[in-house]
Design a protein around this ligand. Structure first.
Ligand code: ADP
Ligand code: MG
Length: 250
């Protein structure tokens, strides 16, 4: 689903991604961990067309990010083509970014109606299912400021799922939450994983990573240092930088 080959990205000459290599298979849950500033968010943003890479190759579901192939020539995607590709990827941020003037239901139906052209009726039916799935069927008419942080984040997940994405990206989805609200959001992600959703999750929740991830990847200084199944990752990290990081947070 995602293939990164020596992905590079700089800002004003400062290298942020120095050659990221990564494979995420269909149905795989990958937890991406690493110190602050190592490039995790930038990498997710590149996958989701929010940043352009400067070098290497990045593919989502076999298609080169940012380009359309025609014969053996590559054309840069136009805005509407970028929008179409982005519609297939759900992204959930640390801050929930819900539309403050819309109810939970309205937040969830907005993109399916305006981006995908679904009918209000179809979008509402699907949104109700999704809000039920994230445990919020009793709050569909609440505005974001009437919801807890955990509830808002669950609406944000339902909103991302409303586009029927083939890939979900999570960037520290529980980092802004009060500790007692973290579990309810992780439960929703656990349920998605069990359902076979392909996910890349940047997180500091190590017990979640250990339990839910198929693969844990460690990023440091703009590169993937190592990636393994969680048992191996946590019990026998190979690289000294991984060991140093884990010893600080575990
Ligand atoms: P992480 O998510 O692992 O904490 P980020 O991807 O947010 O790391 O940031 C990696 C580095 O890139 C940091 O040094 C950050 O300051 C820099 N950076 C991120 N976004 C920008 C930007 N838009 N302009 C300049 N520098 C940026
Ligand atoms: Mg980040």
């Amino acid at each position: 689903m995602v293939l990164a080959q020596q992905v590079k990205k700089s800002y004003d000459g400062a290298m942020v991604l120095g050659g990221v290599d990564l494979v995420v298979r269909h149905g795989e849950v990958m937890c991406l961990i690493g110190p602050s500033g190592s490039g995790k968010s930038t990498f997710l943003r590149c996958i989701n067309h929010l940043e352009k890479i400067d070098g290497g190759g990045l593919y989502v579901d076999g298609m080169l990010v940012g380009y359309r192939q025609h014969g053996n020539r590559l054309y840069e995607l136009r805005d509407h083509e970028v929008a179409a590709r982005r519609a297939e990827i759900g992204m959930v941020f640390q801050r929930f970014n819900l539309f403050a003037h819309m109810t939970a239901l309205e937040n969830v139906i907005e993109a399916p109606i305006h981006v995908k052209g679904e009918s209000p009726r179809e979008a509402s039916e699907h949104a109700r299912e999704l809000l039920d799935r994230v445990g919020l069927s009793h709050r569909i008419n609440a505005y974001p400021n009437q919801l807890s942080g955990g509830q808002q984040q669950r609406v944000a997940i339902a909103r991302a799922l409303a586009m029927r994405p083939k890939l979900m990206l999570f960037d520290e989805p529980t980092s802004a939450l009060d500790p007692e609200l973290v579990g309810e959001v992780l439960d929703v992600m656990r349920d998605l994983a069990a359902d076979g959703m392909t996910m890349i999750i940047v997180t500091h929740e190590m017990s979640f990573a250990r339990e839910v991830a198929h693969t844990v990847a460690f990023m440091d200084q703009g590169a993937i240092v190592e990636s393994h199944p969680p048992e191996e990752f946590f019990s026998a990290p190979r690289h000294p930088r991984t060991r140093a990081f884990l010893s600080k947070i575990l």
